[in-house]
Design a protein around this ligand. Structure first.
Ligand SMILES: *Cc1c(COP(=O)(O)O)cnc(C)c1O
Length: 395
């Protein structure tokens, strides 16, 4: 049994994949070829955003978004610690500071009430309101946007973890009150919905990933930014090609090499044809899991609040303890059923972030989930027999 079965999908679309790949080999525009534009148009229409900018990965999408919003030293960017490192890493790469905010243990997404407290704490430079990173040296006078030793609240990066959208109504209200930008980390949630709007349509800029294991994955690395703001779209377009102006030897800002390969765009076009159907199939797989497992003692199945639709990048369950998790994972492994732990260590406990000075206990919900969570095989083609076997082994 595969954790994510990409072979069955490939079999379904093999003819179209071959046609699309051969087309690229024939025209030879491997960089910024027509397939890239075509994909941007289709995906922008699908999510309901005005502009789409394809790029090299989900990480590049987040980095480019922060660069377009001109984030740098002195800026505090609020984000959950229970996510993949890329969400916070890009903040640090630009010299800004991630300020972690704990998750809601039901949805695994950033808790809006705690977000508001964290913003207040940064504004008052008072860690008794909410845990804060260790004071960093003030940027030199005249540099960055720091106004003294404290950090300046600048933006929020909510993550749609496991495919479930964050609470954008609550987040947008807080962002407006404090004049902060919002970047939606939709790396796991392409195809999901929040109150009848598709993910990748929230925030000032939304970012997704086409890493092979994501709901819409290519055969390598890829990503995309979405925005309704024409100025931001133009900036993102420039940043992805070394900050180009009228052409690539006319550079008007510092950028990166962040383009999406034409071959990956061609592959994604073939995959996108069946993507809406795959999102529906994922709903069925998730429903069958929940039906079989939700009344099992000691197992908590994912909570999907009313008005939300998950893209089911992962089907993650919580058990009562780390010991029980280890026992169940080993039992499944013996039955040849693969599982994965997303994420065993929250970001504030990572060595890479030791410098922020956070302590165990700062974000109890993230810490508790990290100890007790694990994910079951999940993909559109998971069949009933395999699912029955999985739920039997989970007894
Ligand atoms: C996968 C992922 C990313 C990064 O995407 P890549 O394409 O692997 O660079 C960022 N954030 C989250 C939440 C992710 O799951």
């Amino acid at each position: 049994m595969d954790f994510i079965d990409l072979k069955r999908q490939q079999k379904r679309i093999k003819t179209q994949l071959d046609v699309n790949i051969q087309k690229v080999l024939a025209h030879g525009q491997y960089i910024m070829g027509p397939e890239g534009k075509e994909l941007e148009g289709k995906l922008a229409a699908y999510v309901g955003a005005k502009h789409a900018i394809g790029c090299g990965s989900g990480t590049d999408a987040l980095l480019m978004a922060l660069m377009a919003l001109e984030i740098g030293p002195g800026d505090a960017v609020f984000t959950p610690p229970f996510t993949f490192i890329a969400t916070a890493e890009v903040v640090s790469l630009l010299g800004a500071t991630p300020v972690f905010v704990d998750i809601d243990p039901q949805t695994f997404n950033i808790d809006p009430a705690k977000l508001d407290l964290a913003i207040q704490a940064v504004k008052a430079n008072n860690p008794s309101i909410h845990p804060l990173p260790k004071a960093l040296p003030a940027p030199p006078v005249g540099e960055g946007k720091g106004e003294g030793a404290g950090l300046r609240p600048s933006g929020i990066i909510p993550v749609d973890l496991f495919g479930l959208p964050a609470d954008y109504d609550a987040i947008d209200t807080i962002a407006k009150n404090h004049n902060l930008f919002v970047i939606e980390d939709a790396a796991q949630s392409f195809g999901a919905e929040y109150k009848d709007k598709k993910t990748c349509s929230f925030g000032h800029i939304a970012c997704t990933s086409f890493f092979p294991a994501k709901p819409l994955g290519c055969y390598g690395d890829g990503g995309m930014c979405f925005t309704n703001d024409a100025t931001l779209a133009q900036k993102l377009d420039s940043i992805r090609v070394h900050g180009q102006g009228i052409d690539k030897y006319n550079n008007i800002r510092i950028g990166i090499n962040g383009r999406l390969d034409t071959l990956q765009a061609a592959i994604l076009l073939a995959k996108f044809d069946i993507f809406p159907e795959e999102i529906d199939l994922r709903q069925g797989v998730a429903q069958r899991y929940t039906q079989a497992l939700s009344s099992r003692p000691g197992i908590s199945t994912p909570v999907i609040p009313a008005g939300y639709k998950s893209a089911w990048a992962q089907y993650s369950i919580l058990v009562e303890s780390e010991t029980r998790r280890t026992a169940l994972i080993n039992k499944l492994k013996k039955a040849d059923i693969p599982t994965a732990i997303y994420y065993p260590k929250p970001l504030h406990m990572q060595t890479a972030y030791a410098g922020l000075g956070y302590k165990k206990g700062n974000f109890p919900n993230s810490e508790s989930c990290a100890e007790r969570i694990f994910s079951l095989p999940m993909h559109p083609y998971l069949n009933i027999q395999d699912q029955n076997k999985i739920s039997q082994e989970l007894a």
